[in-house]
Design a protein around this ligand. Sequence first.
Ligand SMILES: Cc1cc2nc3c(=O)[nH]c(=O)nc-3n(C[C@H](O)[C@H](O)[C@H](O)COP(=O)(O)OP(=O)(O)OC[C@H]3O[C@@H](n4cnc5c(N)ncnc54)[C@H](O)[C@@H]3O)c2cc1C
Length: 402
Amino acid sequence: MRSVDVVIVGASLSAAAAAKRLVDAGLETVILERQELPRHKICSGILSPRGHRFLIENFGPLPREVLHEPTWCRGVTFHFPCMVSMSMDFFGGTTPHLHRKYSDYWAIQRSGAEVDDQTSFAGLEDHGDHVLVHARQKGEDRHYRARWVIGADGPSSLVIRALYPDYPKQIPWFFVGQKFHDIIECPLDHEYFHFWFHPDLGHYTWSHARDGRQIVGVGFKRGDNFDERHRNVKRYFEEKHGVRLSEHTSHEGCAENFGPSLINRYVFGKGNVLVTGQAAGFLNMIGEGMSCALHSGAISGEAVVEAKVTNRPVERMYRKMIASEVRRTTDQWNPFKIAFDKPHEADFPAALMKLSWRERRLVLRDMWRFILLYKEFKWGRQIAAAGMQRLFGDGYPMHRWL
Ligand SMILES: Cc1cc2nc3c(=O)[nH]c(=O)nc-3n(C[C@H](O)[C@H](O)[C@H](O)COP(=O)(O)OP(=O)(O)OC[C@H]3O[C@@H](n4cnc5c(N)ncnc54)[C@H](O)[C@@H]3O)c2cc1C
């Protein structure tokens, strides 16, 4: 059995950030990754300016091979059923279009941590002064003894299932899928990420250019038919935006835990086991999850270092320290913050003000109709309550976190 200070599950960006803090502090850290590295990761790869700053400050300038073509993105364009489109540039200029297969591998390598790839986390036992981690590597059982464990294993986290077996039943699950098309004609500006607030298209509809092809993406409540949803969106793009694409050449999809950050229902783990990144529920507006994965990952690593130095329970340290990232992420969904502050990295209110009165009215009406699509999840009251608590308190209530 291998003995280390920390086992991190998942070799993604949150893991790289956590590992960087741990290795810098001299803790022996091993990352378990179920796939072979460098591994594929489904993602649009549009890094927010804040995520970009984090990568540069912690891992150095980004090499060309970690980027797709176009290598950068200028901002986001929102499209509405009333046929108004609004483009918003990111604050501080363009941001990188990451090729997740290589960017994540690069960050993991730069963290200095050891990685056991093709090694799937299977379970754990927290014994108070150490945690036993059970894994499978190429069909063989492998065991690790660690002082602390960090679950950085993404939305369908097995670490969370090990701690809270019922958790997956407590939240709604979504499916997001994307198909890649050769372009016949595409008037959508390839310098922007395009998002549709259209309830008839689905819960999450997007498109952008990548490596000479166009991605058509659809997100919806799990259980619907991906092909039908995609066909509908492709037809809409053609009819309304003049986008003519060939049949798709490849496709992919995955389950998403969209929701916890909207209603301040994060999962941060228990005992000596922390949960971070999207596994914990971090997801910003329009599904931007890399910046909060990086920052929350770093905080989980810092919490472990702090627990070691002060000899205090890591769970308590982490919950205190992660509150700042919760504020940043949940603020993005907080209607009071959206109306009276600037929680996002592009200026939606300014773009709205550039429209005529009539267009503004139509856009707000369409946004409201889009929000109603989410009514069945009963998030409205919870968002409003969290927003009020944030107005009168320092942050979001911790008692709602698992
Ligand atoms: C279609 C799509 C488009 C997106 N576009 C964007 C975007 O443009 N910008 C943005 O910022 N975010 C985007 N996101 C979100 C972003 O990809 C995630 O929020 C981010 O990758 C979360 O990082 P993470 O470190 O928490 O975990 P993940 O990136 O999910 O990585 C988890 C890792 O854990 C590994 N793992 C899982 N289970 C196990 C196990 N049992 N044992 C060992 N290893 C395991 C996985 O293989 C993976 O390597 C998108 C997501 C999707 C699905």
